[in-house]
Design a protein around this ligand. Structure first.
Ligand code: G6Q
Length: 543
């Protein structure tokens, strides 16, 4: 991969000049001047309809952003990404979550060896295990079938599976799936308090098998389990997903019950691997396959489509436009379906852990903005919560609105109301409400001129607030796979253009190191040197 400082490109400098023209313009004017705008700035692909016309861009902006992608050698970088080159250079690994969904006919090499046979082998293991558990053939130590599954993992070994199982709840079978992640003992005790050890299956998910939270929770759960079950029952009730086979065996898990994963799959992109075992159990293997298929289709679209019509590329470039030229700091993600309520949390990790970097690929401090802050909640709930700030606050918050043409329970009355809000919000954000409009509304209420004058300023909406609308036919495992992969590739494109390494996460290490030192001090009641703030807090805690 080439290391190109984006701010030194010709396109960047032209974008800087172009920003001066665009910044004062209202999108209303852009729509009024061009009746084809909403068709030109939209992409229809499979069951997806992306409308990005409600953005503060013109065709010139689009062309300059495409030029930026070209100058930053995006095409070449995509080839390196899918081709298995070690693009995660600071950890010396390729980034191949795309191989997990590439299909059995693909050939993808790591160090000269095709990884696909191994990938397919693990998938076959996930399939047979899932079928045995779902159909009830696999039994617990007293001969009962499983009713409950507990996924024990954190970060990438938790957020993806939680988000997908929540998103696909409509497709869920009889198994109840629970997640334990936090080292907070109240989390694990709250989850296990109502579980029956005889009918519960535990999946320990830890790529490294050395994560404090996961090992602590697993040990607590195993002790709880052994209070009623004999030692030999552990092999029937505990399985693990890890790349550290030795450590899993040390924990006492039967080697038969280990689902391998690989160094070339990053934690936050691992739900497509055996890390997604809880997903497969919850919705059945065929739905898990459909999820992978959706992601594969998005991979193909991303790899093979001209950048001008390429969904992840367009989303990434528009986001760079706001982040680096408008100075926007965050992006909101508003799914208009309750099922996707964990998508913002999932994408917080995927986006912020990947692109929250301030050193470029040459090891130099950057002097431009990188990673955006992601946040959001489902609509319409969010409308009654933080939309005030998006509509009338001082900050520019570009937002993605994700909606579905069909609901799952087919309740038309609800769905029409939901979607009316979906369309109304992006329109309101675009149009705003002018002083004249507010005035005439108040005049109709027969208010005095003085009252009107006093009320007007608070009721005006500037509008001109950018949104992308992603309208999808229906929430299915396949469309969800496409949606997640779409954001994964958006993250990749941004990392390439910002000239940073998106696939490491050194920033999470320092806190971990300090925590293990402080833990020792707490346990031995022997405080070492700290800043006075930390010291006094620790004294208060220990006393
Ligand atoms: C993700 C990160 C991180 C990781 C967790 C859990 O990309 O690497 O969130 O997934 O720290 O790690 P283990 O799976 O090794 O327990």
């Amino acid at each position: 991969m080439k290391n190109i400082n984006p701010t030194k490109t010709e396109a960047w400098n032209k974008l800087k000049e172009h920003f001066q023209e665009i910044e004062p313009l209202h999108m209303k004017k852009l729509f009024a001047e061009d009746e084809n705008r909403s068709l030109d700035l939209a992409i229809k692909w499979e069951d997806f309809y992306l409308d990005y016309s409600k953005n503060r861009i013109t065709s010139k902006t689009k062309n300059l952003l495409l030029k930026l992608a070209e100058e930053c050698k995006l095409k070449e970088a995509i080839d390196s990404y899918f081709g298995g080159e070690p693009i995660n250079k600071t950890e010396g690994r390729p980034v191949l979550h795309t191989a997990l969904r590439a299909g059995k006919d693909a050939k993808i090499e790591v160090d000269g060896e095709n990884v696909m046979p191994e990938v397919e082998e693990v998938k076959a293991k996930i399939k047979s295990f899932t079928n045995e558990v779902v159909e009830g053939g696999r039994k617990g130590y007293t001969g009962s079938s499983f009713t409950d599954i507990v996924n024990i993992g954190i970060g990438g070994s938790d957020l993806g599976p939680v988000m997908v199982t929540e998103s696909l709840k409509f497709y869920q079978n009889h198994l109840n799936v629970h997640f334990v992640s936090n080292v907070d003992g109240d989390h694990v005790h709250e989850v296990i308090k109502d579980l029956n050890p005889e009918t519960t299956l535990f999946i320990i998910v830890s790529k490294s098998f050395s994560t404090q939270e996961t090992l602590t929770n697993s040990t607590t759960i195993r002790s709880w389990f052994l209070r009623s079950a004999p030692q030999e029952a552990v092999s029937k009730h505990f399985v693990a997903v890890s790349s550290n086979v030795e450590k899993v065996k040390e924990f006492g898990i039967d080697p038969e019950n280990i689902f391998p994963m690989w160094d070339w799959v990053g934690g936050r992109f691992s739900l497509w691997s055996a890390v997604g075992l809880s997903i497969s159990l919850a919705v059945g293997y065929s739905n898990f396959e459909a999820l992978l298929k959706g992601a594969r289709k998005m991979d193909e679209h991303f790899k093979n489509t001209d950048f001008a019509e390429n969904i992840p590329v367009q989303l990434a470039l528009i986001s760079i436009w706001y982040n680096n030229f408008f100075g926007a700091e965050s992006e909101a993600l508003i799914p208009y379906t309750q099922y996707l309520h964990r998508l913002p949390a999932y994408l917080q990790q995927a986006t912020m852990e990947s692109n929250g970097k301030s050193v470029d690929r040459n090891g130099k401090k950057v002097d431009y903005q990188t990673g955006t802050i992601i946040w959001g909640e489902p609509g319409t709930n969010s409308q009654h919560a933080f939309f005030q700030l998006i509509h009338q606050g001082t900050k520019l918050i570009p937002a993605d609105f994700i909606g579905f043409k069909h609901s799952l329970f087919l309740d038309k009355e609800h769905h029409h109301k939901l979607m009316a809000n979906f369309f109304a919000q992006t329109e309101a954000l675009l149009q705003g409400k002018s002083e004249e409009e507010v005035r005439s509304e108040l005049q109709q209420k027969s208010l005095s001129e003085e009252e009107i004058k006093e009320k007007v300023p608070f009721r005006v909406f500037d509008g001109n607030k950018p949104t992308n609308t992603i309208l999808i036919e229906k929430l299915t495992p396949e469309s969800l796979g496409k949606l997640i992969a779409m954001y994964e590739h958006k993250i990749f494109v941004q990392g390439i253009i910002w000239d940073i390494f998106s696939y490491d996460q050194w920033g999470v290490e320092l806190g971990k190191q300090l925590a293990s030192k402080i833990l020792e001090e707490i346990e031995n009641n022997a405080l070492q040197n700290h800043d006075s703030s930390t010291k006094n807090l620790l004294k208060f805690f220990i006393k």
